[in-house]
Ligand binder design. Sequence first.
Ligand SMILES: NC(=O)c1ccc[n+]([C@@H]2O[C@H](COP(=O)([O-])OP(=O)(O)OC[C@H]3O[C@@H](n4cnc5c(N)ncnc54)[C@H](OP(=O)(O)O)[C@@H]3O)[C@@H](O)[C@H]2O)c1
Length: 296
Amino acid sequence: MTISQKPSAPLVVVVGATGTQGGSVIKALIESDKPYRLRDLTRDTSKPAARKLVDQGIEMVGVTIGTDNAEKVHQAFEGANIAFVSAYTGEIDDGILMINAAKAAKIDLLIWSGLMSVTEASGGKYTHVDHFDGKALVTAHGRQSGVPFIDVQAGAYASNYNSAQAPRKRGDSSYELAFPCSPETLLPVIDMVSDYGLFVREAIESPAFGGGSEIFACSELLSVADMSKQLSEITGKKVAFHQISDDEYVATLPEMLPEPIKIEFLETMKYLNEFGCPCLLFEPCLCRLLITMCNS
Ligand SMILES: NC(=O)c1ccc[n+]([C@@H]2O[C@H](COP(=O)([O-])OP(=O)(O)OC[C@H]3O[C@@H](n4cnc5c(N)ncnc54)[C@H](OP(=O)(O)O)[C@@H]3O)[C@@H](O)[C@H]2O)c1
């Protein structure tokens, strides 16, 4: 546990430490044997998750990221050596604002949680995956900003498969994992809370990386058929995979999801089915083995 208060330790600004991605980054940096000063930006410094970070020795700065609050956002990056910016929404303008603030603060390294453009990767076939395409625009801005910039892309959260995309119960007490793709379709899965931060820490600490690098953070490439088998083994319940139609898939998604998000989910699955997962498994010298579905 090395949160330093010494001015000689690099100051890392983390955006979103009260959330999943930023929280994982904070955890990994605290566990590093290198000393860091840590600052989190949050909209509400009084919320329990923020108080918990303060108790650990993390500086909390209350600021709402937004183009109508640009001056405060710039101030929040002042003095930083490194910044990790999680993509908390699909807000392109906020991402660009944070890159500009990091540049004005003359930071040495900016790590951004981006995603690829599905429109581009599919040759214009799937054009509704806005939360990927928007992040790719921010990545492009970061790359040409002149700030040393590393894109650490997150795979699919393993937690998706016990929430919005969990197997559904069938009448006979068995379960089905149902997607509009073939059983061999590979998903890049990661236990975000425990493992994403390890990749960001590697990006900061390993000389193998530097400005211009791209890292794909996932623990395993798992076919949907194997995922259903593993879910069976883990839960002791029968979980079978079924390939379903587009309409059937959209109908399985939680009703509360807005229609455009349902279409994003659908096009993401169809993209992976047709074009394959674009990432290679990254084999860095992470400090421990990653958590996979079957060893979790
Ligand atoms: N689910 C997946 O499989 C998957 C895969 C890859 C990428 N992603 C991407 O992951 C992103 C979500 O990240 P996450 O899981 O870490 O989200 P999260 O757990 O909801 O955390 C969001 C964080 O952002 C902060 N935040 C939000 N709006 C803010 C604002 N205006 N100003 C300052 N801070 C703000 C929140 O802090 P406070 O509440 O304390 O202000 C919170 O710490 C999405 O963009 C999604 O596209 C998801």
